[in-house]
Ligand binder design. Structure first.
Ligand SMILES: Cc1cc2nc3c(=O)[nH]c(=O)nc-3n(C[C@H](O)[C@H](O)[C@H](O)COP(=O)(O)OP(=O)(O)OC[C@H]3O[C@@H](n4cnc5c(N)ncnc54)[C@H](O)[C@@H]3O)c2cc1C
Length: 554
């Protein structure tokens, strides 16, 4: 049996980041990935066989969170081929009445755009953005440390972040205001600050990228999404999101790490309460001398990849808590990728090519965005009046398609399980090829109301249903954040309080990935934080503390 210090289940970007830190610390690492390529929800692939020169970001495309942490610099990913291209403008959102929201990277330029509709909203937009930028800055130290390690969080504060912390919660009034803001919904908050729908609708769409409707109480924090596009900015790796993964693969391999693809882990091997290895689908077993780290969510790990007895012995309540406590609101994504002979043209909006650089949001109203999220929760497909998030990546980075040609990335929220179609279609979800194509037609029809040439310029298209996306990623019910990003599942609660430190009740078994703090998106933070916890657990002092804790029964 081949043996390594650490085995990582899944080579998503977080698994790769984690591996890189462990390899740098001198540990031998094997990553086992079920797909033919590493990267998980961060790949760039040529998926239309007859068009091998068109390369598509199958999932993530716009990177914001990774710029809030040190992963790119610490791992010197630039030396391994990563180059970020920053977007400017960052958002274009055309409205049915011919108006449009155009956000530049510069806050001042964006306010000038908003002044065309409302002087008050332009002023408020500047205040709102600065308010959220201070909150984000104050939260960065928490994102980049294990949530329950007060020392590690405190060490991440520099003078600027301390100032932002005080500016956000430094007096009773500010602290109460902050708490009140956190308790409210993105919709309520936007109504409190702004008058015009042309400002509110795109901000609501971005806030709801947390995977919940804008009306969801306790999740106003989604409103920070727009502020980050101004600072530190929104970027895409040159060559696609897969170029980030390729840089990580290059680094991992250069440090002697091994990545085996087409290796679906079926079983975590446990001996006397300690994770000692894994078995893959073809029966091969790999031994882990110091630990097994899971890049997949806790539900799949404990409920599908482990012996019931092993889990129950370690914690008799864990399986029930994972089954019943973790929230999955049934929302996932129907993904559409187009190969195009020319870029979109927004003629009714005095087309300018710069509209196509950032994200293009079809968000006609806050209500439309609300339905885009409420319908999937109820098992309905919100295709009567589709809202969508579009990117034409080849405008910023023409290397991703043959000269003069383009690709289009469309994200449309949809239910995993369609109500009334239980037990039919793919994996019993109700999704069929016919249905996914019908929905894609509706989405394209809606887009054509804004950019009519989308139809004539399309050379080929690929549509991936929620059921197919879930199977490809190995994510529970196709959840793009592994588990929902709701407040009671964040920070100390992600995925459950007893698992929130990246450690588990099974000795030597650790969790990383989107289902751990600080959550989904391209950030590498769960991977880095988990590596730090693993490395600390290897020190003799930490072992002594663990033994004392075990002795005291805590
Ligand atoms: C359509 C879509 C669009 C998105 N857009 C954005 C965006 O623009 N910006 C952004 O920041 N985020 C975006 N996200 C979210 C982001 O992509 C993810 O949160 C992030 O990539 C998760 O990374 P991860 O490494 O934690 O997990 P994953 O990428 O899910 O990696 C888990 C890995 O484990 C593998 N695996 C699963 N089961 C097994 C098994 N049994 N054995 C071995 N391997 C296994 C999987 O194949 C996968 O490679 C998007 C997600 C989706 C689905």
């Amino acid at each position: 049996m081949q043996a390594y210090d650490v085995i990582i289940i899944g080579a998503g970007h977080n698994g790769l980041v984690c591996a890189a830190y462990l390899l740098k610390a001198g540990y031998s690492v094997l990553l086992l990935e079920k797909r033919p390529v590493p990267g998980g929800a961060a790949t760039t692939e040529a998926v239309i066989p007859e068009l091998p020169d068109f390369r598509f970001n199958l999932c993530a495309i716009d990177h914001e969170f990774i710029h809030l942490g040190p992963v790119v610099e610490e791992l010197e990913l630039g030396k391994f081929g990563l180059e970020y291209l920053f977007c400017d403008p960052v958002v274009f959102c055309p409205q049915p009445d011919g108006r449009y929201f155009l956000a530049h990277r510069s806050l001042e330029k964006t306010c000038v755009e908003i002044e065309r509709y409302s002087l008050r909203d332009a002023q408020k937009y500047a205040e709102f953005t600065q308010y959220w930028q201070r909150i984000v800055s104050a939260l960065i130290p928490m994102f980049n440390a294990p949530p329950n390690s007060i020392l590690a969080v405190a060490r991440n504060y520099d003078l600027g972040k301390i100032k932002d912390l005080f500016a956000s919660v430094g007096s009773t009034h500010k602290a109460l205001e902050f708490v009140r803001t956190m308790l409210t919904s993105a919709e309520d908050l936007l109504n409190e600050w702004f008058d015009s729908e042309v400002v509110k609708a795109p901000l609501a769409r971005l806030a709801a990228e947390m995977g919940v409707p804008p009306s969801q109480k306790n999740l106003a924090i989604g409103a920070m999404m727009m502020s980050m596009r101004h600072h530190p900015g929104m970027a895409r790796p040159k060559g696609g999101t897969g170029a980030l993964v390729q840089a990580l693969v290059n680094l991992v391999k250069s440090l002697g790490g091994e990545i085996l693809t087409d290796q679906r882990v079926k079983q975590v091997l446990v001996d006397d309460g300690q994770a000692v290895g894994v078995r893959v689908a073809n029966g091969t077993e790999y031994r882990a001398m110091k630990g097994v780290i899971s890049n997949i969510d806790a539900q799949r790990l404990f409920l599908q990849l482990m012996d019931t007895a092993d889990v129950d012995t370690a914690d008799p309540n864990l399986r029930e808590r994972l089954e019943r406590r973790i929230i999955n609101n049934n929302e996932t994504i129907l993904k559409i990728d187009l190969a195009m002979s020319e870029p979109l043209r927004f003629e009714r909006y005095h087309h300018r090519d710069e509209y196509l650089i950032g994200s293009i949001l079809i968000a006609d109203s806050v209500r439309q965005v609300e339905i885009a999220h409420v319908d999937p929760m109820m098992g309905r497909i919100p295709d009567a009046d589709p809202s969508m998030y579009i990117v034409q990546p080849t405008v910023l980075d023409p290397s991703m398609a043959p000269a003069g040609n383009h690709t289009l990335w469309i994200e449309f929220f949809a239910p995993y399980q369609i109500a009334g179609l239980e037990g039919t279609g793919l994996y019993g979800t109700g999704w069929t090829d016919e249905l996914k194509n019908q929905v894609a037609d509706r989405v394209i029809d809606k887009l054509a109301e804004y950019a009519p040439n989308v139809k004539t310029a399309t050379i080929a298209r690929r549509v991936e249903s929620p059921a197919e996306l879930g199977e490809r990623l190995g994510a529970y019910k196709g959840n793009y954040y592994h588990i929902d990003m709701t407040l009671e599942q964040m920070v100390f609660f992600r995925p459950l309080p007893e698992l929130a430190s990246y450690k588990t009740p099974i000795k030597g078994l650790f969790l990383t990935g989107a289902g751990t703090h600080p959550g989904g998106s391209i950030s590498g933070m769960p991977g880095r934080n988990c590596a730090r916890v693993f490395l600390q657990s290897q020190s003799p002092v930490a072992q002594a503390f663990d033994n004392i804790r075990a002795f005291l029964g805590s």
